[in-house]
Design a protein around this ligand. Structure first.
Ligand SMILES: [Zn+2]
Ligand SMILES: [Zn+2]
Length: 282
């Protein structure tokens, strides 16, 4: 069964993120290891690394994933692309020192390039980054995107194309976001549709490469391309696919991370709903 968790704030120190996740009885968690909206990141001190590892050791959290900065665009023009590569390399090394095995990444935006050129630029950058960080065991998980603007990754075939270009490097994996795939036009609202879309996912990306899910309902309609998350059951997707997913043997032990609104005890309510769905007790 999937490992239930949520995105937690690292305000006050990375170890605080673990404590927050543990207080919510999470089995998995996601965090930003540095400010996701700033290029600058400071080196982690050995104290910070030790505190994080100790907190994790003491907690019931089994799996941690990091989300890379939103600023990164590996398809960007030269200066932006260089900054993006440097930032992702630093992120991978930070994860390695913290013992985090996976970094979730938005593949990038094509902007002035065609999507074919953008995909090639992303693949080339990733190839370089994997080489620089080859001594680490950290994987980069390309996230499925909603299709807003010129974003890359709204079609599973684009993600599989990047993977192929990197010779199916085992350090490339995927993170499936339910809100994003729905907004990108993949309907999962009935058992038949869920089965069909998950078969496409597995067929194009490979079951063992899908290493994380983001469980979010969607404020936008099917195919709207809007990246607007809602609490489970409060959006256009509804509860059905989340119940199917929580019972889905193919995705057991995979982190299932909420990125749903946190106001009004949002995390507590959404986590408890997922536990009920997993226990088949709704
Ligand atoms: Zn994301
Ligand atoms: Zn999103």
């Amino acid at each position: 069964m999937p490992l239930i968790g949520t995105h937690v704030s690292a305000a006050g120190g990375l170890f605080k993120a673990v404590e927050r996740a543990d207080a919510l009885k999470c089995e998995s968690m996601q965090l930003f290891t540095s400010n996701q909206l700033q290029w600058k990141s400071k080196e982690l001190s050995s104290e910070e690394i030790k505190d994080f590892k100790n907190a994790l050791e003491k907690s019931k959290v089994l799996k941690v994933v990091s989300h890379a900065s939103y600023l990164i665009n590996l398809a960007g023009t030269d200066d932006l692309r260089k900054k993006s590569e440097d930032t992702l390399v630093k992120e991978i090394f930070r994860c390695s020192s913290l013992g985090i095995s996976d970094v979730v990444l938005h593949p990038g935006f094509a902007r002035e390039f065609s999507s074919e050129v953008a995909i090639k630029r992303i693949s080339d950058s990733l190839s370089k980054i994997l080489k620089i960080t080859e001594k680490t065991k950290v994987s980069v998980l390309l996230e499925t995107m909603s299709g807003q603007g010129t974003v890359i990754g709204h079609d599973f075939s684009q993600l599989s194309y990047i993977h192929n270009k990197l010779n199916n490097n085992p350090r490339i994996g995927f993170c499936v976001d339910t809100c994003h795939i729905f907004a990108a036009g993949y309907d999962i609202r009935t058992i038949e549709l869920y089965n069909d879309v998950t078969l496409q996912l597995i067929g194009q990306l490979g079951l063992h490469n899908i290493k994380c899910w983001h469980l979010n309902d969607s404020l936008g309609e099917l195919g709207s391309t809007k990246d607007r998350h809602a609490s489970l059951g409060n959006g256009r997707i509804g509860i059905v696919p989340f119940e199917l997913f929580m019972q889905d043997e193919r995705f057991k032990f995979i982190p299932a991370i909420l990125e749903t609104p946190k106001d009004n005890d949002g995390d507590i309510k959404n986590l408890s709903l997922l536990r009920k769905l997993r226990a088949n007790k709704l």
